[in-house]
Design a protein around this ligand. Structure first.
Ligand SMILES: Nc1ncnc2c1ncn2[C@@H]1O[C@H](COP(=O)(O)OP(=O)(O)OP(=O)(O)O)[C@@H](O)[C@H]1O
Length: 472
């Protein structure tokens, strides 16, 4: 009999949850508490799909992946791991894994991924999978927030391809870092990665910058110069702030993408290149298209795969880890000991808006490393502009916004069951004010609150506010 899906994890609760969910979904399962047991069974009873943890005693997930792959290259494997950095995700794909499931995962998602893997298994019966070599010198990308996990998955999925990618995200969110990771984990990784920011190049130099020029093509062109396209041949050209590309350059770019060749400025011989384009923008390109500021045909050429990188404020849970990461790298650069945040400072930083996103956080961490006197960083050690940001924010915020901010901070820093903290504080505040308005008369205060008198009496007792009222 075939046990269609194997679940391999040393954590009994994970095995239990998955087994239950898959069985309910009508999928047969077989569980193993370690990799060695699974390897023992592999030759006598082969699965259709494997779901495996990475870190286990004995044969770990990567070793299993290797062994399974060697025997059955088309076997889909889903790697689960709590260790959610990019490299383990991509390494999983390089071994031929089908999917990457960060822990803790949503059970429905796990079932959906397993279904896809089963469908894939039946399609791919017997087909081989291409193994990729590992990437080179990639900078670490920190991100445990679900939205960042999506980004990592996309990088993993795209690691076999040369497909055009459009990255969306505000300034400083890490678009270039992701573009570099896409390149480093692509078949082009040993060829150049050239980054170019459209917003930073003067308009009249743009074409020569991209396509190069011949000697004498314009005043000042005293020698022939190769452009970025030629420099990126065989590799990747990262076009940042593509929304700022002038119309005439858009037209030329479109032609290059269609023909795979171009002319240097002032040149008459076509130059052939093989370049993968990754474009990025903080702008809404669809809107620019509607406003006729961006060519629709170029937009469609670039918008093959879209990756969205969230604002830092939408992934606050990553802030403490990012801070530790930046403290460590700043300390290394400056030859000092890395700073440490107090819990209060950590909560404070996690609650700020960070309009400059990760770049602003990185700069702040450098500033602190240089400027803060002690090793422990307190709220008062933070740069002045961060204090101003909250002061300005809070005066303009109504109480609901302040409440949201509080909840966001509390959850981002690991607090749980926050209703039990917030509800009594909320009721207490309203009761106090109602009693103030009625000079302490309970009956009237209850009416102001919309409660019966008995309810108010009970609440006062529950909240330990019995000293606050007179009879009324
Ligand atoms: N998730 C992350 N983990 C670690 N470092 C990060 C992360 N995101 C961004 N950084 C760092 O923050 C800085 C800004 O990132 P990057 O230049 O990639 O942003 P960007 O979106 O391309 O910005 P812009 O649009 O302004 O060019 C870089 O130093 C980068 O290394």
């Amino acid at each position: 009999m075939s046990n269609r899906v194997w679940i391999i994890d040393d954590d009994r609760s994970i095995r239990w949850v998955l087994e239950r969910a898959l069985t309910r979904a009508g999928i047969e399962t077989k569980c193993f508490e370690n990799g060695d047991r699974a390897l023992d069974d592999f030759y006598s009873d082969s699965p259709d799909v494997v779901i495996s943890d990475i870190r286990m005693p004995g044969a770990d997930g990567f070793k299993l992946l290797q062994r399974f792959q060697a025997e059955r290259p088309a076997l889909p494997i889903i790697i689960m791991t709590a260790h959610s950095d990019l490299d383990s995700a991509v390494a999983a794909y390089q071994g031929g894994a089908f999917e990457y499931l960060p822990k803790p995962f949503d059970v429905d998602e796990a079932v959906a991924v397993t279904r896809r893997a089963l469908a894939h298994a039946s399609e791919q019966q017997g087909a081989g999978q291409v193994a990729l070599e590992s990437g080179n010198g990639s900078k670490e990308i920190i991100g445990e927030a679900p939205a960042m996990q999506e980004v990592f998955r996309a990088i993993g999925r795209l690691s076999h391809s040369n497909i055009t990618v459009l990255i969306n995200g505000e300034s400083g969110t890490g678009k270039e870092l992701v573009a570099q990771a896409l390149h480093n984990h692509s078949p082009r990784k040993s060829r150049p990665f050239i980054a170019l920011n459209m917003a930073a190049i003067p308009r009249d130099l743009m074409e020569s910058e991209l396509f190069g020029h011949e000697k004498g093509a314009f005043t000042g062109a005293s020698a022939q110069r190769t452009g970025r396209f030629e420099q990126a041949d065989g590799g990747t050209l990262f076009l940042d702030e593509i929304g700022d590309m002038p119309a005439e350059t858009q037209t030329r770019l479109l032609r290059v993408l269609a023909d795979g060749e171009f002319y240097r400025v002032g040149g008459h011989t076509p130059v052939k290149v093989d370049v993968r384009i990754i474009a990025a923008t903080h702008q809404d390109l669809e809107r620019l298209v509607e406003e006729h500021k961006f060519r629709e045909d170029l937009f469609h050429r670039l918008n093959v795969i879209r990756i969205h990188i969230p604002r830092l404020a939408d992934r606050r849970e990553d802030i403490p880890r990012l801070v530790r990461f930046f403290f460590n790298s700043a300390a290394k650069d400056l030859g000092v000991e890395p700073k440490i945040l107090t819990r209060e400072t950590e909560e404070y930083l996690a609650g700020l808006d960070w309009p400059g996103n990760v770049r602003q956080l990185e700069n702040t961490c450098r500033w602190i490393t240089v400027m803060a006197s002690g090793r422990e960083v307190h709220v008062e050690d933070l740069p002045q502009e961060l204090h101003q940001q909250t002061a300005a924010g809070e005066t303009s915020q109504d109480w609901q916004k302040a409440l949201r901010l509080w909840a966001d901070r509390a959850l981002a820093t690991g607090r749980r069951e926050i209703l039990s903290e917030a509800v009594p504080a909320f009721e207490k505040a309203l009761i106090e004010i109602a009693l103030k308005h009625t000079a302490g008369r309970k009956r009237d205060a209850a009416e102001l609150l919309g409660w019966g008198r008995n309810t108010l009496t009970r609440k006062l007792k529950e909240l330990g506010m019995n000293g606050e009222e007179e009879s009324g």
